[in-house]
Design a protein around this ligand. Structure first.
Ligand code: NAD
Length: 425
């Protein structure tokens, strides 16, 4: 007789993205000696908005998606964070990402709080017109809690400069032309030079800081990229400019390997034409799960959360992980990497380049003035290097990993702002 299905949920060995952020917060708050009641204020989101996004698609039917905007903490400035379009989006995931933004903006020292949004839609299944309808419909539902002095969205997985242009246009229908209401816009619509590449560029600044600590010379470094999208492909192209060699890459379509090196520029152009990674001539397709096990100096996870976990972390064979994605490494995997001696530059600082240049875009929009790309990149480099050095100095003096030190620094700065404002006594 077949066993009856149990109504008990199967025990989960791993934490969700939200539990992962909670885990790192709890460790840092404990080390900082923050009282329980104060910790509760710091970890609880200020506002969570869940909206219905009904959209009539080309099939003639109304599809009802769920949209979210979570504003986690605004003690240090307006809420700031991307908007994700992906079928897995739910409140738990958006909450986790919003909280990460709070600590991230504090770690790099830019005057923002943390937020995140999303819609549980698969943009790859939508026509451009349908994508535009979803974007405008979502904006209309959340517009009241947004604005250049309240909450400023940006791109994330599944959204891009075109989506930001639609959001800005829709916001303008309610409030008049307001370019500073959203960042990551196209250059032709008051976007900032350097924004599209900024997160990947920030990852590479972090690599350059970490490299000497693990005896790596950029021009002699091999690397692999998991998630060859915006962040991953820009990180790869800029690593290549330093002379580093990409030996493997993956995206949702599959993974490829080539020991002699895969030209990141060529691969980016190939993907932009709509081709799959495996269709690039001269590379060997590999099973996606093998990417993490490819021998290389640096691994750049730049896809989704939880992709390095207890089941596969043991296979990682690199010296250095620079986390382009948010929460790519579960706490269990982090322990395994630590035991193996892998040096990890954590998401909460490593992928802050995007929000830093979003900050520059907002500043430029508020002043109706544009900086050239060199100025943007130079300023980004200064901020990323300073963040790395501050976090590294703290980790050195406290004997903790960079992730713990980064969370401590971020939480401390938010707590200070909250006390100064009188939110917490
Ligand atoms: P994107 O949509 O441009 O790229 C994501 C890539 O991951 C795509 O190539 C996709 O095919 C790939 N992918 C999806 N599932 C995969 C799987 N199972 N295995 C391998 N690859 C897979 O998104 P993005 O903006 O580059 O964001 C990537 C990550 O970086 C996310 O975690 C995001 O939150 C984080 N991030 C992005 C920014 C930004 O400015 N865009 C800033 C900070 C952090």
């Amino acid at each position: 007789m077949a066993a009856m299905a149990s109504s008990e949920p199967a025990p989960r060995a791993e934490l969700t993205d939200y539990e992962t952020v909670r885990h790192w917060f709890a460790i840092a708050a404990d080390r900082l000696g923050i009282r329980d009641d104060v910790a509760a204020v710091l970890r609880t989101p200020y506002r969570e908005v869940r909206v219905q996004v009904p959209v009539k698609l080309a099939d003639g039917r109304i599809h009802v998606f769920s949209g979210y905007r979570v504003q986690h903490n605004g003690a240090r400035g307006p809420y700031k964070g991307g908007i994700r379009f992906h079928p897995s989006v739910d409140l738990d995931e958006v909450r986790a990402l919003a909280e990460l933004m709070t600590w991230k903006t504090a770690i790099v020292g830019i005057p923002y709080g943390g937020a995140k949004g999303g819609v549980d839609v698969d943009p790859s299944r939508l026509s451009p017109r349908e994508l535009q309808t979803v974007s405008r419909s979502f904006l209309n539902k959340v517009e009241k809690v947004l604005g250049p002095t309240r909450d400023i969205p940006a791109p994330d997985v599944g959204t891009n400069a075109q989506v930001m242009a639609w959001l800005m246009d829709e916001y303008g229908k309610h409030h008049g032309h307001t370019p500073a209401c959203v960042t990551g816009k196209p250059i032709a619509l008051e976007g900032s030079y350097g924004r599209e590449a900024a997160t990947g560029r920030g990852v590479v600044f972090m690599f350059r800081e970490a490299a000497p600590l693990v005896d790596l010379i950029p021009a002699e470094t091999s690397f692999a990229v998991q998630g060859f999208g915006n962040v991953g492909s820009w990180a790869a192209r800029l690593m290549q400019q330093l002379g580093a060699r990409m030996v493997a890459a993956s995206d949702a379509s599959g993974a490829i390997h080539h020991e002699a090196g895969i030209d990141a520029e060529r691969l980016a152009a190939h993907v932009a034409e709509g081709a799959t990674l495996a269709e690039l001539p001269g590379v060997e397709p590999i099973p996606p799960e093998d990417l993490l096990g490819v021998e290389c100096d640096v691994l750049i996870p730049a896809a989704l959360g939880g992709m390095i976990n207890a089941d596969n972390a043991d296979r990682v064979r690199c010296k250095l992980v620079v986390e382009g994605a948010n929460s790519p490494t579960t706490p269990a995997a982090d322990r395994i990497l630590g035991d193996k001696g892998v040096f990890v530059v954590p998401d909460v600082m490593a992928n802050a380049g995007g929000v830093v240049v979003s900050y520059f875009e907002w500043v430029q929009n508020l002043q109706h003035f544009r900086w050239d790309e060199r100025e943007v990149n130079d300023r980004l480099g200064r901020i990323m290097r300073k963040a790395f050095r501050e976090v590294h100095a703290r980790s050195h003096s406290t004997g903790t990993a960079l992730r713990e030190a980064a969370f401590e620094l971020g939480i401390e700065r938010v707590l200070e702002a909250a006390i100064l404002r009188g939110y917490i006594e």
